[in-house]
Design a protein. Sequence first.
Length: 349
Amino acid sequence: MKHIWLDCDPGHDDATAILLAIHSPNVKLLGVSTVHGNTDAQNTYLNAQRCLYAFHAPEDVHAYAGASTPLLRPAKHDPEIHGIDGLGGVEGLPTAEHPAIRARIESANATGHYSAIEAIAEAVRRVGIRNEQKVTLISSGPMTNIALFVSVYPGLLEYIEEIVFMGGAVGLGNRSAVAEYNILCDPEAAQIVLNAPVKKTMIPINVTHTAIVTHAIHCALLSPDNPIREPPTLPPADTKLRHTLSTLISYFAKSYKSTFGFTDGPPLHDALTIAYVSAPDMFTCKRQHIDVELNGMHTAGETVVDIWNYRQCDDSWGRDGKNCQVAEVVDVPRFFNLFLECLLQCDKV
Ligand code: BDR
Ligand code: CA
């Protein structure tokens, strides 16, 4: 069983990562922290609470609000993709005023942690030191909180199994010609994390762009036992939860079509981080050296991946200059089986 902490900026695909984090086999979710990103930090926090409740997280799995700005730069939100509040078009989630959401917020506050990184540190101490189990940190947004955690608590890194992040690219971009959104938002934070003396795995857009929610998968999500309909017709949703997820996918599909021209469906970027931790053999990975472009006039936020092993330097992880494992291929049918299985589990609660 892997003990995981999810740092996220929900966000449509972050919401699916929360679902998988709660219901995937082989993982135990310790807590969630939120960061500026797809929308402002207040919204990402509320959205995390709304998802934790709607996806039946145990009551002792709390969410904590983290950084509201990047380390050095102004925050960049992405309403074009996720709507103003980060979960545009998603129906059926409780509102911020819902008594259950109020109760969740109060009970997170009652734990006495004032910041996300303090909450992460406490979970790492509890599980790592007292129970002798390492913690896997997962990042599905800009890496501000993770960079702060590794900087403020270097002594806790020996209890970290791995940092797994969705972000970056090998020779591609999505929010600039060469930069992926999560890294572009806080490049300095990403570089700090890449420098940390701990194992890291990057799930870049080269891989996440293969995990597309096609029409057939959308039909199976709505109703596993119903035959697939001719596009664009969808079957009716079997449960309220499935309706909620279907509205999430439809909105995300629309954004990806209008912004990036994806005609087959949207990619579930962030959910792949949880799949990697739950079933690492679903992925083919290779160790590489990565730096982040911090100063480029046209290239800030690019993950510069040394695929030809040009930079042979001594590094704190691996001692061969390769500071990060990079996912290259995911078994897409296995990934969507896991996704649909988590949905089944969630429906059973
Ligand atoms: C990443 O950016 C956001 O839009 C998504 O939530 C994902 O984390 C993809 O580039
Ligand atoms: Ca995200």
